[in-house]
Design a protein around this ligand. Structure first.
Ligand code: EPU
Length: 422
């Protein structure tokens, strides 16, 4: 198992290029199953979650390969086993988004019911409700969701909101299934995340007829078949946000290439409010901080609100602010595994239900800490860059799920991170 040894404090300075988005790539990989042929996806990052999803597609019958130039090729001509196995889905919940495409393509799908998760309860009831409204018969068998629609799916007006607003992968699942349904589907309270808009654009390139892209009301006119595509994945806004916090927490200056600020307005606004400058430049931006970090409140929400996937990283940053901040988690109310670990590094965090009161401290102090999920681990690495001494982050495999060799991206701009196998 790998650990990171992080020497701090450091000041980051230089340029970093942002990779393609993990959370855009995964549903687009699933969408390839809606076609019978070879799709070529550009800019798909080299991450363990992507390889696991590739394995899932391989078990269905697809051929998944990386070409020499890094393109991901998915040949979905043959799907002979429409089963998303427990062994795969238990490791990566995004595996659930194969359910809609398999059902639409094969008339039947069995996908393992995802289990528990470090960021809290993650039910899939809304995914299932949406597919049932399209006419699927669904039951549970031995821990698997069995969905059947032997005569195909039929378009319907569907309200897809839940107790925490829209659902990202739930929208992806129902949207993908609806592209091949008979007639018109309206998805009301659809997720508006850029990754969903990007999926819809990819589906339209495949021949789907989706309008309202980027809005909470998606209108889908069903078609009888879709064609394979060549498609380029958008940059990862969460990776970009993580590097922005890296510049801010180290009082440094980073130029980020391949970064779409239009998708990040809530993040940029928050950074500016707490004393960080963010300027558009070329194909990205420059992020810098020279003065103190000011306190600021953060409430996570579905897009275009502040993303839950950057809550932990901002908590690390606000730990060093002048004054008190309040962070409220409105998407995953239990996503606070990093709180106790940051407190081990001398942060002053107090959790009250879905809220954390962040008392600003003058400095963080290195400690051995434990990564618990992808974004919590990113927060610990960021804290380690600013903390005095050597921080050891255990269970680095969590961070490898969503950041490609993060130490090799941060070290050239001034970090001192070594990866060690123990
Ligand atoms: N929810 C339900 N019922 C459902 C589905 C969701 O109640 O059937 C609830 C969830 O429990 C949560 C809220 O709705 O409280 C939103 O969850 P959502 O379904 O939107 O999350 P997701 O689609 O499973 C994706 C990302 C997550 C990201 C969330 C929120 C991917 C592969 N995953 O998950 O990314 O946090 O949207 O933006 O796109 C990450 O990258 O670290 C990560 C966890």
């Amino acid at each position: 198992m790998d650990v990171f040894r992080i020497e701090g404090p450091v000041r980051l300075s230089g340029a970093v290029s942002i990779n393609g988005s993990k959370n855009a790539s995964l549903p687009i990989m699933a969408a390839a199953v809606l076609t019978a042929g070879k799709s070529v996806l550009r800019g798909v990052p080299n991450l363990s979650d992507i390889s696991v999803f590739g394995r899932l597609l391989g078990r269905l019958g697809c051929q998944v390969t990386r070409s020499a130039n890094g393109d991901l090729c998915i040949d979905s001509t043959v799907i002979d086993r429409p089963v998303g196995e427990y062994e795969i889905v238990r490791r990566m919940r995004a595996g659930i988004c194969i359910l809609g495409p398999l059902l639409a393509r094969c008339g039947r799908a069995e996908v393992s019911m995802p289990g528990g998760c470090a960021i809290g309860d993650r039910p899939v009831n809304i995914h299932l409700k949406g597919l049932q409204e399209l006419g699927a018969q669904i039951h549970l068998k031995n821990g698997y969701i069995v969905a059947e629609a032997p005569n195909g799916l039929t378009g319907k007006d569907i309200f897809l909101g839940g107790p925490f607003g829209s659902t990202v992968l739930g929208t992806a699942n129902v949207l993908m299934a609806a592209t091949l349904a008979k007639g018109r589907t309206i998805i009301e309270s659809a997720a508006c995340e850029p990754e969903i808009a990007h999926l819809a654009s990819c589906l339209n390139k495949m021949g789907a007829r989706i309008s309202g892209i980027g809005s909470p009301r998606l209108i889908i006119e069903g078609v009888s078949q879709l064609q394979p595509v060549e498609f380029e994945v958008i940059p990862d806004r969460i990776e970009a946000g993580t590097f922005m916090v890296a510049a801010a927490i180290t009082a440094g200056e980073l130029k980020l290439h391949n970064c779409r600020l239009d998708d990040m307005m809530a993040i940029v606004d928050k950074l500016r409010n707490i004393g960080v400058t963010v300027e558009t430049e070329g194909d990205g931006c420059v992020v810098a901080r020279s003065g103190a970090i000011k306190a600021g409140d953060v409430t996570t929400q579905p897009y275009p609100g502040f993303p839950t996937d950057l809550q932990a990283q901002f908590m690390a940053l606000l730990s060093l602010a002048e004054g008190n901040s309040v962070i409220i988690e409105k998407v995953f109310p239990d996503r606070f595994m990093h709180v106790a670990e940051l407190n081990r590094m001398a942060a002053n965090l107090r959790k009250e239900g879905p809220t954390v009161i962040v008392g600003g401290v003058e400095k963080l102090i290195a400690a051995p800490v434990m990564a618990s999920d992808l974004r919590a681990s990113a927060a610990l690495v960021l804290a380690g860059l600013a903390a005095e001494g050597t921080t050891v982050v255990n269970r680095v495999y969590h961070i490898d799920r969503g950041y490609e060799r993060i130490e090799e991206r941060l070290n050239p701009v001034g970090a001192k991170i070594s990866r060690e196998s123990i």
